[in-house]
Write a protein that binds this ligand. Structure first.
Ligand code: C2E
Ligand code: CA
Ligand code: CA
Length: 763
């Protein structure tokens, strides 16, 4: 513990000595003797801390002696303060008083073996000083009752200030580490230095280009900050404007007379500022990011402490400014789509969220356009990603030009874009922008000597009618987009609640299909293919069926596209191939004549590298004869890539029969077919439907058959429903027909029954 308490026995000894002397002197009164004793104690205390104040409190009378140093510490002359306990009471900070008295009681009651306390006391000037008070008991009555408490006061304000400055400094570093906002940190820095130097006001300005922008200045008037905000820096623009310009410290002792303030002193003087010192804020590579300014309301140059603080304040503010700049760059990278320069998906989400909040507050409306290019994947696959990228850049430009300046255009991913159309009063604005986008996008585009004609589909969602929150709006816009795609593409679709039901259905299909395929809950039906001349069934096409317990029969058009989308088409096809081949083998075992069994292969799967090995293993496993297995692919597979030709060759090497399905609906020309080794062209049902009543279609069918024959293919007519169609096909030399006229797709058992009758009755 402290020296004073330790010195107690020694002091008592001195007192005893004094008492002996006094007794010897004998002529001194008892009162005088006590007085001397007190003085001696005080003297002894004073010796121990020359700079300490001394107090001596008589607990019985409350009479309290305060030494001249005790009083001057608080700014008072000796005569200005009475020697009573109440003097301390009136000067101690009200918030500390109770705590101090409590400590005194604890000490007097013997619960604490020393008395030492820190408290704030009011200086005559009005500000608080921190005092460390230590004391000890010098007298107890014979009954143990304490009589006097003596002690010292030490002014610890500087130490306290340093401690609190360090604490604040640590707090600011913590704020930086926690990523708190720059403006909060700027304010904290300013306040920290302002507390350390009473009367000082601080400011931080950021340099944007060559403009000074307000960073933080919590104690400077707003009017002044506004006046400085946006000023261009230069060789003579106040202290901060000059220091950011020169990159050097600028100390202005008198704003009123310094030339550097000549042009702008009128904005500072009315607010009392008289001097301003500025330190440039630099990043780690020395680039000027801003300036730290210190102001006083009197003319002055910095003392050593202030000068050091100016430097460290600028350093601290520099950490945040650099962080802000880095974050700005990161934000820029994250919020801009690199390829097109449009806003990125992240920025789109953020902006949409903000707009929803604003629109809610101000009862505004807006529309969200979801834009997806039609058949972009084909372009990417066939012409390569570089061409795809060029197209996307061009589309971005076109969308920007088609939208208004206020509209927010972003690229969400791949070929998906979005436009937020603000201030929509009715559907007209959104429809107008959507139509302009359709027109702009579908302009022909010349690329590498090829002419492309892009197109897009647009789904529109309206805030707040279709959804008042982010996730609903996105879902609704997506649903509308899907409807636009289904509705024939190159069009826009507004949202309708029915679309949600469809979307829900799609979701359920998607959700249950995976399990259905894995658990083999699908079934196969077979549709006969009939030789038109003989009426004999020469083959069957296997078609998948799925009966969902709740959704009922799901159309293969729906579940096949879903399976393709969710990556389940391979397991599905594998199951179809195995089942159909096993069935073919079973029919053969049952003694029926050989039948061609056709299985549909999705384009994506046809191009899969594992297709050939899958076919081989199915053939091996089931004992199927490969020349009786037919694979049907749609014609767009033919044209995408020359490397696909090898798949045809590999399959032909296995002696598999190949058919081009839905012929006439795609883009392939006879020219592109001539290299292909296929066996059948299946003329699409649309042509068969129309050919009886439409001469042109009939001509088309006739030439398809003729040209097909010339190229060595046999022809199958699909979707034959009437005998007129059949007769016409017979006349045109088509060899095979398939359709409801003969039979709908039926179970394997039904096919067995038909095979027993040998020839179908319609012929
Ligand atoms: P697709 O390959 O063109 O199959 C012929 C479709 O036309 C079948 O529809 C069949 O039931 C129908 N159809 C046949 N004759 C007639 C007729 O005279 N009139 C009418 N109105 N329709 C007729 P389905 O079974 O609904 O299959 C639709 C499509 O789903 C198929 O078209 C095929 O592309 C796909 N699909 C079905 N099963 C499979 C499969 O196992 N794998 C793959 N990849 N696709 C399949
Ligand atoms: Ca087919
Ligand atoms: Ca077909």
């Amino acid at each position: 513990m402290n020296d004073i308490i330790k010195s107690k026995p020694q002091l008592c000894k001195e007192n005893q000595q004094l008492r002996v002397d006094m007794t010897n002197a004998n002529q001194l009164s008892e009162k005088r003797y006590v007085e001397l004793l007190k003085n001696e104690e005080r003297f002894s205390l004073a010796m121990r801390g020359a700079n300490d104040g001394i107090w001596d409190w008589n607990l019985e009378t409350d009479e309290t002696y305060y030494s001249p140093r005790w009083k001057s510490m608080l700014g008072y002359e000796v005569s200005e303060l009475d020697n009573i306990f109440n003097t301390w009471e009136s000067l101690v900070n009200i918030d500390d008083k109770e705590m101090v008295i409590e400590k005194v009681h604890e000490y007097l009651a013997g619960r604490a073996d020393s008395f030492e306390v820190e408290m704030r006391m009011q200086h005559k000037d009005g500000h608080d000083i921190f005092v460390l008070s230590r004391g000890f008991l010098v007298n107890r009555e014979s009954d143990g009752k304490p009589i006097r408490l003596v002690g010292t006061h030490v002014d610890i304000t500087q130490r306290k200030k340093a401690e609190s400055f360090n604490e604040k400094n640590a707090k600011i570093l913590e704020m930086i580490a926690l990523g708190e906002s720059a403006s909060d940190i700027y304010d904290a820095i300013a306040l920290m230095y302002e507390t350390r130097h009473p009367g000082m006001r601080c400011s931080m300005l950021e340099l944007h280009g060559n403009k000074l922008m307000h960073g933080g200045a919590p104690s400077l008037p707003k009017e002044y900050c506004d006046a400085v905000n946006g000023l261009e820096n230069g060789p003579c623009v106040g202290s901060c404007g000059t220091s950011t310009y020169t990159g050097k410290r600028v100390l202005v002792e008198n704003i009123e007379t310094d030339i550097k303030w000549a042009k702008i002193k009128q904005v500072a003087l009315p607010h009392g500022m008289r001097c301003c010192w500025s330190e440039p804020i630099k990043n780690s590579s020395g680039k000027v990011l801003g300036a730290f300014g210190m102001y006083y309301n009197h003319t002055a140059l910095p003392n050593e402490e202030e000068s050091n603080d100016l430097k460290s304040a600028a350093w601290l503010a520099g950490i945040i400014m650099e962080r802000e700049q880095d974050q700005k760059r990161i934000r820029q990278l994250a919020y801009t789509d690199e390829l097109t320069g449009l806003a990125s998906r992240a920025f789109f989400y953020l902006s949409l969220e903000k707009l929803i909040k604003i629109s809610e507050r101000h009862h505004r409306q807006f529309s969200l356009l979801y834009i997806d290019l039609d058949n972009f994947k084909d372009i990417n696959d066939s012409l390569g990603h570089d061409v795809g990228d060029l197209l996307l850049k061009e589309i971005a430009k076109r969308l920007l030009s088609a939208s208004r300046e206020v509209d927010f255009v972003s690229r969400l991913s791949g070929d998906e874009f979005s436009i937020i159309v603000e201030d929509v009063v009715d559907d007209y604005t959104a429809a107008n922008v959507a139509q302009r986008c359709l027109d702009a996008v579908s302009q022909p585009f010349e690329l590498l000597n090829r002419k492309l004609t892009p197109a897009c589909s647009i789904g529109i969602a309206h805030y707040p009618d279709d959804g008042d929150n982010l996730s609903t709006l996105l879902k609704v816009a997506d649903t509308s987009l899907y409807a636009a795609k289904e509705g024939g593409r190159n069009c826009y679709t507004f949202y309708k609640p029915e679309l949600s039901q469809k979307a829900e259905y799609r979701f359920q299909v998607e959700h249950s299909l995976r399990e259905a395929i894995e658990k083999q809950q699908l079934s196969l039906v077979y549709q006969p293919q009939v030789n038109i001349d003989s009426g004999e069934i020469i083959g069957v096409e296997a078609l998948s069926r799925w009966k969902h317990p709740q959704l009922g029969n799901v159309s293969p058009v729906d579940f096949i596209t879903t399976a393709e989308r969710i990556g389940m088409i391979k397991p599905l096809t594998e199951w179809v191939l195995k089942t159909a081949c096993s069935q073919a083998v079973a029919w053969k075992k049952a003694g029926f004549q050989p039948l061609q069994v056709a299985v549909n292969i999705s384009p994506s799967h046809f191009l899969d590298k594992d297709l050939i090995s899958l076919i081989k293993s199915v053939i091996d496993e089931t004992g199927m004869i490969s020349s009786e297995l037919e694979l049907e692919v749609t014609e767009n597979v033919v044209q995408t890539d020359p490397k696909n030709l090898s798949v045809f060759q590999d399959l032909k090497d296995l002696k598999i029969i190949l058919a081009i399905d839905d012929f006439g609906t795609g883009y392939s020309s006879f020219a592109s077919l001539k290299h292909l080794k296929v066996d059948y062209l299946k003329i699409d049902k649309h042509f068969i439907d129309d050919m009886v009543n439409d001469k042109k279609t009939q001509l088309l069918v006739s030439s398809m058959i003729e040209m097909g024959h010339n190229l060595g293919y046999e022809i199958v007519a699909e979707g034959v429903e009437t005998s007129e169609q059949l007769n016409l096909l017979k006349k045109l030399d088509c060899e095979t027909a398939q359709g409801y006229l003969f039979s709908k797709p039926v179970s394997a058992n039904e096919i067995s029954k038909m095979l027993n009758t040998d020839v179908l009755s319609v012929i």
